[in-house]
Design a protein around this ligand. Structure first.
Ligand code: PEP
Ligand code: MN
Length: 264
């Protein structure tokens, strides 16, 4: 079902007037994690003012170590839903287990599967019946074939609204957190009809590389970008402050992107 052979036309996902996978570039911006109601409200206002269409923020965080901040949970979902509604943005949040799919689907417009859960097959199956679009991140060691098979689980479960997100893969290079595989964008578009989104934040792990790799992703044909932005990155509750743009950088980037692709 994910293959272009089966479905020659591009899939365009329409959510409350925002189309993903069509001619317009969609930008999802926000913090790694929802930290408080005032934090997500302030960032939502900045995403909207900059021209973004989707507010990102994790309420449930998949952390490498068990003692790291794990997210604020359901409270965070509620805070983000309120901020999205108030500022006229769609929302996207990560869901990590099948048990939490229903509650995440109740509060968010798009559900995100993180890189560490790309082959959590029970989760993928449950997302097949969740009724909301899913942004599936590529596993950091997954081949294109494995990635598309993971998408297939969601599609086969009855949910046609899946986006593929390239977020960087693990290579021998340690200067960057991951290696953003730009070739994945045209390759996935050739193999599949699903919208391809790029995440230059996790794909590089370094703030100064987000802008050039965002532009390169759009030049390579990405339908959208998911970008971390924080009002106080040095004090963010996850370690992802180092890759988060300051609000003025985010706004600048979106202005520049208009020259490359129209933003809704
Ligand atoms: C995130 O989007 O904050 C995140 C944890 O992403 P990934 O699964 O790509 O590491
Ligand atoms: Mn993050």
């Amino acid at each position: 079902l994910a293959s272009r052979d089966f479905h020659p036309e591009n899939t365009v996902i329409n959510i409350n007037g925002v189309s993903i996978g069509g001619d317009e570039l969609v930008v999802m911006g926000g913090p790694c994690a929802v930290e408080s109601a005032s934090q997500i409200d302030e960032i939502a206002a900045l995403v909207k003012a900059a021209g973004g269409q989707v507010l990102r923020g994790g309420a449930f965080k998949p952390r490498t170590g068990p003692y790291s901040f794990q997210g604020i949970g359901v409270e965070g979902l509620i805070m983000m839903a309120e901020a999205g509604k108030k500022h006229g943005l769609l929302t996207i949040t990560e869901v990590m287990t099948p048990e939490y799919v229903d509650i995440c689907a109740e509060y968010a417009d798009i559900l995100q599967v993180g890189t560490r859960n790309m082959q959590n097959f029970d989760l993928l199956r449950k997302l097949g019946t969740c009724g909301k679009p899913v942004l599936l991140k590529r596993g950091f060691s997954a081949t294109y074939d494995e990635f598309l098979n993971a998408a297939e689980y969601i599609l086969a479960g009855g949910n046609p609204n899946v986006m593929l997100c390239e977020r960087g893969i693990r290579t021998f290079e340690t200067y960057t957190r991951n290696t953003l595989d730009l070739a994945a964008i045209p390759v996935l578009q050739e193999l599949s009809h699903l919208p391809v989104i790029s995440d230059p934040s996790h794909g590089t792990g370094r703030r100064e590389l987000v802008e050039p790799m965002a532009k390169a992703s759009v030049a390579a044909g990405a339908s959208g970008l998911i970008i971390e932005m924080h009002t106080d990155p040095d004090n963010s509750m996850t370690g992802d402050g180092v890759q988060s743009l300051f609000p003025d950088q985010f706004a600048h980037l979106l202005k520049d992107l208009e020259k490359l692709a129209p933003i809704v």
